[in-house]
Ligand binder design. Structure first.
Ligand code: ZN
Ligand code: ZN
Ligand code: ZN
Length: 356
């Protein structure tokens, strides 16, 4: 995210001795004259207006104020002697800067009623225009919201989950438990197939920078390519909600985090790609499988090969089917030969071995 300065606004601080709210740049309380202590934070005004005063803006940019180690008075960054007590400021501590004080309060804030005489005053006023009373009495702390009740799994839910797990274990066990069965090979079948591929024009789409230059493109339209922090020509700037940051000078910097959406041409194009156009298959009911020998045209090539072998066993009138993709294993299933089959609870043959 790239940070952008929207402008500068005046912050405020509340005098801990008399409760008066003071303009941020004021180093002493306008009511009782006490200097702003180091631990008194700057706050947002009820309504923030961007300031035009170049001197104040320069001050905000010059770095946080420093507090005199002898009398505590705030002095501007770079000062060498305290404006209040003339003390040496070499070891003075700078105020913290960079803290987010809140969302930029751009909107007009409603007038506030004086807690003493009821007179309505502008939101940014500190003292009542009628009775001179303090308009910002410290507010009572808000009661904390009760914690949201946590969702618990009911007894029915637990029973349901246990039942599902039990069912899974049962079904799984049907596949795992096997019985030995003596079987005799009655039929064998083999299938061998080869895919035929050809160069076929295929429509694709991609960003223009990913398409080789020699390929003709059409139907181009602007589409979001990526988002970046740095500005770029034709990029669309997207910014978050502006917020006010304490600069440590009584002036707040209003900033927003921005990113740039970069658009590029997304186009359609046609390329030739190898694709499966046909499959040729040979089948037989013997132990001598062969591969198909297709005649290829000049723009074709052979693709993936597949083979599947099926053996039917007979045992006391029952038929069991065993399949394998191993030609070596298939060659051993002479018609009439005796085998021991491992059969699972669903009647599937899991493995076979020759009977002694
Ligand atoms: Zn005061
Ligand atoms: Zn001092
Ligand atoms: Zn009043």
């Amino acid at each position: 995210m790239a940070k952008e300065t929207v402008g500068y606004v005046q912050l405020e601080w509340t005098c801990p001795f008399c409760g008066t709210r003071n303009p941020g740049p004021n180093k002493k309380c306008s009511s009782c004259g006490s200097p702003q202590p180091e631990d008194v934070q700057f706050e947002q005004a009820a309504q923030e207006e961007l300031i035009a005063d170049e001197q104040l803006i320069e001050k905000a940019k010059s770095g946080p104020d420093i507090h005199c180690p002898f009398c505590g008075t705030r002095n501007p960054a770079g000062a060498t002697t305290c404006a209040n007590c003339m003390g040496d400021l070499t070891d003075a501590e700078a105020r913290a800067k960079g803290k987010v004080v809140g969302k930029y309060r751009k909107e007009a804030a409603p007038d506030i009623a004086c807690p003493f005489c009821g007179t309505m005053n502008p939101a940014n006023a500190h003292t009542c225009s009628n009775c001179n009373g303090n308009l910002h009495e410290p507010a009572a702390p808000q009661p904390a919201a009760p914690p949201a009740p946590q969702r618990r799994l009911g007894v029915a839910g637990i029973i349901g989950i246990v039942a599902i797990i039990a069912a899974c274990i049962f079904i799984f066990s049907l596949f795992l438990r096997t019985d030995d069965v003596n079987g005799r090979v009655s039929t064998v079948e083999w299938t061998r197939s080869i895919a035929i591929e050809a160069l076929v024009p295929v429509e694709r789409s991609a960003f223009i920078d990913e398409i080789p230059a020699e390929i003709e493109v059409y139907d181009c339209r602007r589409q979001l390519h990526h988002v970046q922090d740095e500005p770029a020509p034709d990029a669309e700037k997207i910014c978050g909600t502006p917020y006010t940051v304490d600069t440590g000078t009584g002036i707040g910097e209003v900033v927003q985090d921005c990113q740039y959406q970069v658009y590029e041409d997304y186009c359609r194009f046609t390329v030739d790609e190898w694709q499966q156009v046909d499959v040729v298959t040979e089948r037989g009911a013997n132990l001598n499988p062969i591969w198909p020998q297709p005649q290829l045209t000049s723009d074709q090539r052979l693709g993936a090969e597949q083979q599947q072998f099926e053996v039917i066993f007979e045992s006391d009138g029952e038929r069991y089917t065993y399949t394998t993709d191993s030609a070596d294993q298939f060659a051993r299933f002479e018609i009439g030969s005796e085998w021991i089959l491992q059969v699972n609870q669903l009647g599937g043959v899991v493995s076979v071995e020759p009977a002694r």
